[in-house]
Design a binder for this molecule. Structure first.
Ligand code: NAD
Length: 327
């Protein structure tokens, strides 16, 4: 391909991905499956890596999420809410391990967590009281969905300690709630939701919180945004702290001493994941030690010290086909 052809290809891939991203992030109505999106995104990354001088600053690889809806008050995140890089096989994980070991001398352990398929949220507590909940939005500015999150039972109104703290996690729709909701909608002659992620996102970004309250959403919290303020030194300690505070974390997690151990754990989860009562779209692998995280650093859109392993396409097939997509 000559330079002009590469430019055209980059433009076309971006155009396609931008269209899908808009449908997914802003309208909560995706028209292609995640595996297809991921495959085209990877094609773009590979082409950009081969031609770094042609990477445009407004490429989709350089930004996070979608635009914030005008229906909600905007919230500025004090610490950006980022995306995650992807791995699709064992080799990608081995390369990730090699890559980051060049950036730090600290011996690495990995915290392996389920990647919950819902909507990322930030919860702000002041003196232990739930004050504000927001979506990730474009990573810097999110949408204020406090009223809607106030209806989610797993989110405590008060923490076990009077802390001022920002915590992050995923708001999701359990499979049972999703099935019941779609049955009800079908009976009422309404369009059904395509998958639990779509249903959760549509339910959270409702202007009427009574609708959200009826949707039986739940949460898993996986991160303290401002760990420096709490003398935390590892991801495993911060997950334990979240538990102590009364926030619901996912206990299906494992601290692994090597990337080989991470892979063994992933393999053990491949079959188990269908038995969970919520959907996951992968496994997240995070460097456990915060000092090492700091040394390893970030790209423009994701931490370099973490990666999301995405399930193979044939296994990722959970979307109900041939139905009308809706919010
Ligand atoms: P991502 O969803 O791949 O990863 C980042 C997100 O993972 C975080 O924002 C967080 O919400 C979530 N997460 C869940 N469990 C977590 C845990 N334990 N620890 C940390 N984070 C956790 O990244 P993204 O940038 O939000 O979206 C990209 C993905 O979205 C694509 O890979 C694709 O699968 C999907 N997508 C699909 C379409 C489509 O049209 N089907 C369009 C755009 C994006």
């Amino acid at each position: 391909m000559d330079k002009e052809q590469v430019k055209t290809e980059l433009f076309e891939l971006n155009q396609k991905l931008n269209q899908w991203a808009k449908e997914y992030y802003e309208k909560d109505t995706p028209t292609v499956e995640d595996a297809e999106y991921d495959q085209v995104y990877r094609q773009l990354v590979t082409l950009e890596e081969a031609h770094p001088e042609l990477v445009s600053s407004d490429s989709i690889t350089q930004r996070i999420g979608g635009e914030v809806s005008t229906g909600f008050t905007k919230v500025q995140h004090q610490i950006p809410m980022m995306s995650l890089g992807n791995a699709f096989n064992k080799e990608d994980l081995i390369n990730f391990d090699k890559r980051i070991k060049k950036l730090t001398d600290i011996p690495l352990e990995y915290m392996v967590e389920l990647k919950i398929d819902g909507l990322a949220i930030n919860l702000r507590y002041e003196n232990g009281k739930f004050m504000q909940g927001a979506t990730r939005g474009d990573g810097t500015i999110g949408e204020d969905i406090t009223n809607n999150l106030n209806t989610v039972k797993s989110i405590p109104k008060k923490l076990a300690e009077p802390l001022t703290i920002d915590v992050r996690g995923e708001c999701y729709m359990p499979k049972k709630s999703f099935i019941a909701l779609n049955e009800k909608r079908e009976e009422a002659g309404e369009n059904v939701f395509a998958n639990p992620r779509n249903a959760a996102a549509g339910s959270l970004r409702q202007l009427d919180s009574k609708v959200t309250a009826e949707r039986n959403l739940s949460t898993f919290i996986y991160n303290i945004a401002d760990t420096d303020n709490f003398m935390m030194t590892t991801q495993s300690d911060s997950l334990d702290k979240l538990d102590e505070l009364g926030l619901k974390t996912n206990h299906q997690r494992k601290l692994c001493a090597s990337i080989e151990e991470v892979w063994e754990y992933i393999e053990s989860l491949l079959d188990q994941r269908h038995e969970l009562d919520y959907e996951i779209d992968g496994i997240v692998i995070k460097v456990n030690d915060f000092n090492a995280q700091q040394e390893i650093g970030f790209t423009v859109k994701a931490p370099k010290w973490a990666i999301a392993y995405k399930f193979p396409a044939e296994e990722a097939e959970t979307i109900v086909r041939d139905i009308e997509w809706t919010v």
